[in-house]
Design a protein around this ligand. Structure first.
Ligand code: SRM
Ligand code: SF4
Length: 525
């Protein structure tokens, strides 16, 4: 089943992205990599360089020309110490001032990569069973699942195998699959098997959420969730239920084929799945999906089982396997240096089973640590930086890439976010974590709409000058009954943010100044 741009796109006025895809599929640059590496990035055709290479996960960074970002695929956020060490070696050997960034989709992006090194890097990745294929542009992004799948005592369905099968179906087992390289736009899939909606089901184009139907455990399906600069929507029920088997893979395939062949391609701002559902109405969309699925879709279970508040997995937690623990380490704004990646790999091997898990909060979990090894583990120097008990604001901080590497950004994010959180953690006493998310522009990669307090980069005028500023979002609810937050303030200059955030924390989250007025005498945890 080969899709070509020609058969997917008919009778529509094409936007410029559709035009270049029609000329040459993004995946075609796979065969030209050696050549590109030889001639150097300056000589590569502009569209190949800045667009098509993203089909292989290679992102030209206008902010750091010549130093590329490599976006991996980490299905379910699960990786081995061996894989992490390979990634660390790539960052260390090839990454000029490189780093590994944990993303808001449980994934890793490597920075500082040079194009001439990519063929060798791809060989290393392939040897280690990893791929970066189809991780950018009009492809399906990293597929997410509960970061404690298989080790969570309260889990309903272990979804790891399903996530890997869906990824293999979409990417042709990591080799690249032309059936899904020309979607109208990006596409997000999540499969939740736990009770706490750990992966923000509501903001994915397709999400499977655990639900009992007539006594059988499977998934209700929601569709169409997305964020974009123009519009943000929570997913809506497809009114369908599937058992936790290959039907999940086949339903993903059916929805993707309907989207590929009928999704809107004229206006790129109106191309995500929800726009097609709007245009057709849910009934027609469901009927078309059912036809491609090849059998009637079962009606949804009356309710889903996501009935917990969201956990952040930081700290020590007993696993369902008796005598074993998983320990969530806080990685400040998700940024890892090569040495830290090596050290994490070592910790996973020495204390655990050699496995690691990534979270959508950009943190890392070391699972399978026996009770008897916990105390020694906690003495490891790396845990001073990657704490198991960070202060409340730092603990729940999430940040997108921002202006350091992303040319869409209107503000610097990661450093500013961390600096502010750490400062206010010393000035305020908070008895609860407050989830603060930063995103550098309206694309919303840092998901400010799911946060207790979200900051979205913008610019404003102050004293006759253009300065960095943020719009403020509040009211995002995660876990059970998740819903999106709303913008409550516009264009607050970043240099006024400390006072503004402090006031919000005092007014809405019972924060108390640490100046002797603290009523209960507690200190930040
Ligand atoms: Fe994103 C584009 C980074 C998660 C919505 N995103 C970009 C680009 C590729 C823009 C660019 O070329 O510079 C950013 C790369 C910057 C860099 O150098 O790192 C970028 N997005 C990220 C990451 C790394 C943010 C992070 O620091 O964690 C996340 C990578 C996830 C992954 O592993 O694949 C990331 N992006 C998201 C999310 C959150 C999510 O999926 O839960 C969203 C909102 C949800 C959604 O997509 O519905 C998101 N990114 C966007 C958009 C707006 C999409 C739209 O429909 O308009 C863009 C712009 C675009 O696609 O045109 C974008
Ligand atoms: Fe870049 Fe904007 Fe996404 Fe941040 S939200 S990574 S600034 S595109």
């Amino acid at each position: 089943m080969v899709n070509t741009a020609a058969n997917a796109v008919t009778n529509v006025k094409l936007n410029k992205f559709e035009k270049f895809k029609a000329v040459k599929d993004g995946l075609d640059v796979k065969d030209e990599l050696e050549y590109f590496a030889k001639i150097g990035w300056e000589a590569v055709d502009d569209t190949d360089l800045k667009q098509r290479l993203k089909w292989l996960g290679i992102f030209f960074r206008p902010v750091t020309p010549g130093k590329f970002m490599l976006r991996m695929r980490m299905p379910h956020g699960v990786l081995s110490s061996y894989k992490l060490r390979v990634l660390a070696e790539i960052v260390q050997r090839y990454g000029d001032e490189g780093s590994g960034d944990i993303t808001t989709r449980q994934n890793i992006q490597l920075r500082g990569i040079r194009l001439e090194d990519v063929p060798a890097i791809f060989q290393q990745l392939q040897d280690a069973g990893m791929t970066s294929v189809q991780s950018g542009m009009d492809n399906v992004r990293n597929i997410t699942g509960s970061p404690v799948s298989g080790i969570d005592a309260d889990e309903l369905i272990d979804t790891q195998g399903l996530v890997i099968k869906v990824q293999d179906m979409i990417t042709g087992n990591g080799e690249g699959n032309y059936a899904f390289t020309n979607l109208p736009r990006k596409f997000n899939i999540a499969i939740e098997g736990g009770r706490d909606n750990s992966i923000h089901a509501e903001i994915n184009d397709i999400a499977f959420v655990p639900a009992y139907r007539e006594g059988t455990l499977g998934f209700n399906v929601v569709v169409g969730g997305f964020f974009s600069a123009k519009r943000c929507e929570a997913a809506i029920p497809l009114h369908a239920w599937v058992p936790p088997n290959d039907d999940v893979i086949e339903l993903c395939r059916a929805i993707l084929l309907v989207y590929r062949d009928h999704g809107l391609r004229a206006n790129r701002q109106k191309s995500r799945l929800m726009w097609l559902i709007d245009e057709w109405g849910l009934d027609k969309f469901r009927a078309e999906v059912e036809q491609v699925f090849g059998q009637p879709l079962l009606s949804a279970a009356p309710k889903d089982e996501m009935d917990w508040d969201k956990r952040d997995h930081i700290g020590i937690h007993a696993q369902k396997q008796s005598g074993l623990n998983y320990v969530g380490l806080h990685v400040p704004v998700g940024r890892l240096q090569a040495e830290e990646m090596f050290d994490l790999a070592r910790l996973a091997e020495v204390y655990g089973s050699g496995e690691l898990r990534l979270t959508v909060e950009q943190n890392i979990i070391v699972p399978n640590i026996p009770d008897s090894r916990l105390e020694t583990f906690l003495q490891e120097p790396l845990l001073k930086k990657f704490s198991i008990a960070p202060a409340p604001l730092t603990r729940s901080l999430v940040s997108c890439t921002g202006s350091r590497f992303c040319d869409f950004a209107l503000v610097e994010t990661k450093q500013q976010a961390l600096g502010l959180a750490q400062l206010l953690d010393t000035e305020l006493t908070l008895n609860q974590p407050v989830r603060v998310h930063w995103t550098g522009c309206p694309n919303s990669c840092g998901q400010p709409q799911v946060a207790d307090i979200g900051f979205m980069g913008t610019k404003t005028r102050k004293n006759g000058k253009t300065v960095e500023a943020v719009d403020i979002y509040m009211g995002g609810k995660v876990g059970k009954d998740a819903h999106l937050g709303e913008r409550v303030r516009q264009a607050v200059p970043c240099d006024e943010l400390k006072d503004v955030l402090k006031a919000l924390l005092i007014e809405h989250f019972n924060a108390e100044p640490q100046n002797g007025l603290v009523a209960n005498g507690s200190t930040p945890g």
